[in-house]
Design a protein around this ligand. Structure first.
Ligand code: URP
Ligand code: ZN
Ligand code: ZN
Length: 478
């Protein structure tokens, strides 16, 4: 099958130009002006539309088991919602049971994702340290899953103490992997949560108050220090607090391979969302919680100056019924909110059109940087001959309003309810398949590919104290 896209305004992380793109099966085979229509089975007229590389969401939780049940979206519904928003690749997580070998949990998770309509991969989360852990990490890397996730929060369940975090980072760094980390001080949070509940302060607002910005920034500092001791590249997920950026920036300036992600909700929402009754506020029970308007401004700045490399959604919605498990105790509310569908729409409307970031930087944090950091580049994250034909054909003039009534996630609520948007995916092409055709999802959804990866491990350069570490003058940009 050959598809020709005519006269699109191609935008990559570094370039913008008008050209045609010829796709053959799942690859881009030619980019040129005036490619003959006779070469193609299907022609899409893209004049006045932008063409972006398909999005890579490096942080989603589909079909996540919790004591309140599974998160609202499985790999099928989450993948469909992602496609509507121009995301064609996701990286989800493998969370084993304590004592379970990592490769076994990974294989189970691969099965669970087999109906995912877009390409997918996994970060693997060690939740303990056992004599076989290092060889299990090696096996995961050999299988093509070289990024690991640790939680410094959630101490009651999956959170790690510093010693275990060190073991994981030491092994991952040595074996050529990298570690991603949820940074909040777990023990301190547990104390604060129990303190509030013991005094009858049980509403969602106390979720936020028990997880102050300082607990994040101190955990970020600690994770950076442990990674330094362990010689391991570190990616800090869902940075929400401006003060965390100081530690990240300092480490990056010293040449330490540290990457940072934030999420749309930390850029666009703030802690005033916790003022109201349970029904109004419970959807904002996410970790880390929403911060101040000043924090959001500092995060935008972090994106502008390159301290933050990526934008993930941390898509993890639950139904109102599930969230109601915590009506009398915020500790029982499953944490998480949705957003997989709206990353590009929000970034374009509130980032590009509000002149917070350039359109190239938008592509960079939405697609190119996640591809580079997690070992998918230039197969993904780029518009180039030989790259996968994952493309978003973007109509900058379509307007919409976000609502749980009309979004494509199965979640019955949205933290972005009422947000107005300008710009929408008119066509989405995934591995050469036109999955979104003139705003309509195809009835024959393809099956996504499981992506096995190999990350670049720049660590030796840094830990040999080489002065020419490629990121050292570039605030962590890859
Ligand atoms: O509240 C959140 N973010 N839930 C999902 C799990 C996590 O911590 O990323
Ligand atoms: Zn997290
Ligand atoms: Zn998460």
């Amino acid at each position: 099958m050959k598809t020709l896209i005519k006269n699109g305004n191609i935008v990559t992380s570094t370039n913008q130009y008008i050209s045609d793109i010829l796709i053959h099966d799942d690859k881009i085979v030619k980019i040129d002006k005036n490619i003959s229509k006779s070469l193609a089975d299907r022609v899409i007229q893209a004049k006045d539309f932008y063409i972006f590389p398909g999005g890579i969401d490096p942080h989603v939780h589909l079909h996540l088991p919790t004591p309140a049940g599974y998160s609202s979206d499985d790999f099928l519904s989450g993948g469909i919602a992602a496609l509507y928003g121009g995301t064609t690749t996701i990286i989800d997580f493998v969370t084993p049971k304590k004592g379970q070998p990592l490769p076994e949990a990974l294989n189970t998770r691969i099965e669970e994702a087999s109906n995912c309509p877009i390409d997918y991969s996994f970060h693997v989360s060690p939740v303990d340290w056992r004599p076989t852990s290092e060889s299990e990490i090696q096996k995961c890397i050999d299988m093509g899953f070289p990024s690991f996730k640790i939680y410094l929060a959630y101490k009651e369940t999956i959170g790690l103490d510093d010693e275990t975090a060190f073991h994981v980072m030491k092994a991952a760094g040595k074996l050529g992997g990298m570690v991603t980390a949820h940074c909040e001080l777990g023990d301190e949070i547990t104390n604060m949560r129990d303190f509030y509940v013991s005094r009858g302060m049980v509403s969602p607002k106390y979720h936020m108050l028990s997880r102050p910005a300082r607990f994040e920034s101190l955990a970020v500092k600690r994770a950076i220090d442990i990674a330094d001791q362990a010689n391991c590249p570190l990616y800090i997920v869902h940075v929400s607090a401006g003060e965390s950026l100081k530690h990240i920036h300092l480490a990056q300036q010293s040449g330490q391979p540290i990457y940072a992600e934030t999420c749309p909700h930390y850029l666009l929402l703030d802690e005033s969302a916790y003022n109201g009754d349970f029904e109004q506020t419970v959807k904002y029970v996410i970790s880390p919680p929403l911060r101040t308007i000043e924090d959001s401004a500092q995060l935008w700045e972090g994106i502008q100056n390159g301290v933050i490399q990526t934008l993930g959604t941390d898509h993890c919605p639950f139904s109102f019924e599930q969230k109601s498990a915590g009506i009398n105790d915020f500790r029982k509310i499953p944490n998480g909110a949705g957003g997989i569908e709206h990353r590009l729409e929000l970034l374009y409307t509130y980032g590009v059109l509000n002149e917070m970031i350039t359109i190239n930087r938008m592509v960079d944090i939405f697609s190119t940087q996640p591809a580079k950091i997690f070992g998918l580049y230039p197969q993904k994250g780029e518009i180039a001959v030989g790259s996968d034909a994952d493309l978003v054909i973007w109509n900058p003039n379509l307007e919409s309003i976000i609502s749980a009534k009309t979004h494509h996630s199965k979640a019955d609520m949205s933290i972005y309810e009422g947000f107005t948007l300008k710009g929408k995916a008119q066509y989405v092409i995934s591995n050469g398949n036109i999955v979104m055709d003139n705003e309509k999802l195809t009835s024959e959804l393809p099956i996504g590919k499981l992506l096995r990866r190999k990350v670049q491990n720049p660590i030796n350069q840094y830990y040999n104290k080489s002065t020419d570490y490629p990121n050292s003058n570039n605030c962590g940009r890859v």
